[in-house]
Design a protein around this ligand. Sequence first.
Ligand code: TRP
Ligand code: SF4
Length: 409
Amino acid sequence: MTSTASVSTVPPSDDRVLSGMRPTGALHLGHYHGALKNWVQLQNTHRCFFFVADWHALTTHYETPETIASHTTEMVIDWLAAGVDPAKATLFVQSRVLEHAELFLLLGMGTPLSWLERVPTYKDQIANLKDKDLTTYGFLGYPLLQAADILIYLARYVPVGADQIPHIEMSREIARRFNNLYGKDPQIEAQARAAAAKLPEDVRQQYHALRRAADQEGLTEKRDEARQLIAASKLSRAEKDALRAQLGGGRRQILREPEVLLTPESKLPGLDGRKMSKSYGNAIAIREERASVEHKVRRMPTDPARVKRTDPGNPERCPVWQFHLAYSDAPTREWVQRGCTTAGIGCLECKQPVIDAILREQQPMLERAQPYLDNPRLVRDILADGCDKARAVAQQTMQTVRDAMGLKG
Ligand code: TRP
Ligand code: SF4
């Protein structure tokens, strides 16, 4: 126990990936082109855990819990439709791995309220969602619950959109603080305490203040200052070494600091050109009826300047062009550019290749979804199996966490 390097409880090759989605029901093509396609790739290269964040849904929808179960099934069918493969990735439901709640509770003991209050979405959401009372304990704790979700699997990578970066950053701080508080190496601590006792009173206090700032607030420059203080002291070489070991970590890495794996934003906007979102009514579902896809695309707004068929248009001002950018090859795009700007093609004509491309993309997804729609039991079995696997990992972490905190059962 003389090494001062931080010791990881995770083998370095085991780069676990974890991500979650709130159960919103059926997903749309924006989810597919954003998150899901990315998950499908990651499951081939990493050990992936993907979960339904149903407790998270309750932080904002605690008054309507009855929708959660059906939304969970619908969403997981869409994951499977998109190609998420239960033989490669572990799919599970948060509320069925109770260990998340235990870690959430334990982490809550030492998490400063100010960390939660300063998460950018916190005050925004309370202001934006005026029809809901979000001044609850659960809503304030949302990012801490998310930290527990991630840390309990010792995940290395968390694929999320840019909006989630502050949450992952906070998970890192929480892991760091946990390791600082509970990952102490008792031998190093004892030697360092003995050495510090020999420092003059004022220097000792200064040293402790600097170390606390470095450990708990992550201020690395304070660590450098503390090192200089040690170097300038009259302690023996061994005593200086002990203090430096304490400063340089002397901590076991019990919880791992996760990294954001930024998901590029979907190139596909909604039917009206704004971001695709169910609440805007501008979405195409992953499993949308063929006739409905045709209907929706035909009704899409186009360049407002193109009133009559004979008016030339400008694709840059038309949401249909964005769909061509997402779906069409170069010759088709040239055909659109020329046809639109010369009034050589009509808008319905222009939309047909988009309709065809969407239907082509959806076909294999519909086929993959069908067995699960015919037999929802299959979905339940996949989730039950995934929950068991996830729980086994979570239980292991909790054992280490309880030990580190001195909770011996
Ligand atoms: N907060 C995420 C969202 O709204 C969902 C989520 C909950 C999550 N726990 C997570 C994502 C853990 C990644 C990792 O999209
Ligand atoms: Fe849009 Fe195509 Fe019509 Fe031009 S021709 S306005 S790109 S739909």
